[in-house]
Design a protein around this ligand. Structure first.
Ligand SMILES: NC(=O)c1ccc[n+]([C@@H]2O[C@H](COP(=O)([O-])OP(=O)(O)OC[C@H]3O[C@@H](n4cnc5c(N)ncnc54)[C@H](OP(=O)(O)O)[C@@H]3O)[C@@H](O)[C@H]2O)c1
Length: 302
């Protein structure tokens, strides 16, 4: 029997990449859902349904209709500012939905893959292991941590894939990320301000989608850290992009997190120890330069 997989947030950056990856595999029956109409240009190999997952009864109805064996929950309010402005909405989607998914998983013996974030940490004492002490510094991080706790206490089969600053070529041009934003702005010779005192291990979208697929197949238990292998400041990442695409770096202005009022409500430095993901999923991140070369090829084909 084919594995029935439900992907929530299928219109998102990861959601679209993941839908394409899994829908092309005959071993799975893929169901995708998002709040708005299907924004993925590829409509083949899966079934799509628009659902507002903040509405618990709609979420339950969807689960009971599809009856998935595996749920990959990428849906979230992912903007830090949006979560601060709409705490109720953030709680409804980022936390309460996960409770509904866990209840379903318990009843039907389904497996849940929850996407989470480096923002569960305060950024002071990395690199972080899966069991390092958490201390979110904003509402978004707190909501994702609360979701992790629900799964941990639910007595179900689940994994939490924590990731850091996803980059790559999004399928829909309306959804930019740090790489495409910087590359487009510099190509158009526009000035950009970039923070030079926050450090991240940016994650290549294809690595993350592959890790989700491996989690579907191997069903590891508990939290796993999935990120790139190189830790660098946001500004150094932007310089690396600019240098790779031979763009004029004089349009880059380095600023501090304090300048953006982000010194207190964003972790200063996050990086992950990837040993568990390596052990359980054979996860090896693509080196930064190699990922840029893959993106370059994708752009040539587009
Ligand atoms: N992006 C990053 O750098 C990053 C870093 C760390 C962790 N993560 C985590 O990774 C996951 C995926 O991130 P992403 O960047 O791919 O997310 P994203 O592009 O912001 O997409 C989020 C998706 O959630 C859907 N959604 C929002 N409100 C909804 C609602 N009420 N009902 C149903 N669906 C709703 C949106 O659907 P519509 O488009 O249809 O409105 C959208 O497709 C998230 O869980 C995030 O917390 C991301």
């Amino acid at each position: 029997m084919k594995k029935r997989i439900l992907i929530t947030g299928s219109n998102g950056f990861l959601g679209q990449e993941l839908t394409d990856l899994l829908a092309s595999n005959k071993a799975y029956d893929v169901f995708a859902t998002s709040q708005s109409i299907n924004k993925n240009s590829n409509k083949r190999g899966y079934t799509f349904q628009s659902v507002d997952l903040k509405q618990t009864h709609h979420a339950r109805e969807l689960l009971n209709t599809i009856r998935p064996h595996v749920i990959i929950n990428t849906a979230a309010i992912t903007s830090v500012d949006a979560c601060e402005l709409d705490k109720k909405g953030c709680d409804e989607l980022n936390v309460k939905l996960v409770k509904t998914l866990a209840e379903y998983a318990k009843k039907e013996n389904a497996y849940v893959i929850q996407l989470s974030t480096d923002f569960v940490f305060d950024g002071i004492n990395g690199p972080y292991q899966e069991d390092s002490p958490t201390a979110p510094v904003n509402e978004y991080g707190a909501s994702k941590l609360a979701a992790e706790a629900i799964l941990e206490q639910a007595h179900i089969s689940y994994s939490v894939l924590r990731t850091i600053l996803i980059y790559g070529l999004p399928k829909s041009t309306s959804r930019s990320n740090i790489l495409t934003w910087a590359k487009n702005m510099l190509s158009e010779k526009k000035n950009i301000n970039v923070v030079n005192d926050q450090w991240r291990s940016p994650t290549f979208i294809k690595d993350l989608a592959n890790a989700c697929k491996l989690a579907v197949d191997r069903q590891p238990q508990g939290i796993l850290h999935i990120s790139g292998g190189e830790n660098l400041s946001i500004s150094d990442f932007i310089y690396a992009v600019a240098n790779f695409w031979e763009l004029d770096t004089s349009f880059i202005t380095e600023i501090s997190a304090k300048h953006l009022k982000q010194d207190k409500n964003r972790p200063r430095k996050t990086s992950f120890i990837l040993d568990k993901a390596h052990r359980e999923l054979s996860y090896v991140p693509t080196p930064l330069k190699e990922s840029f070369a893959i993106i370059k090829q994708q752009l040539h084909k587009a």
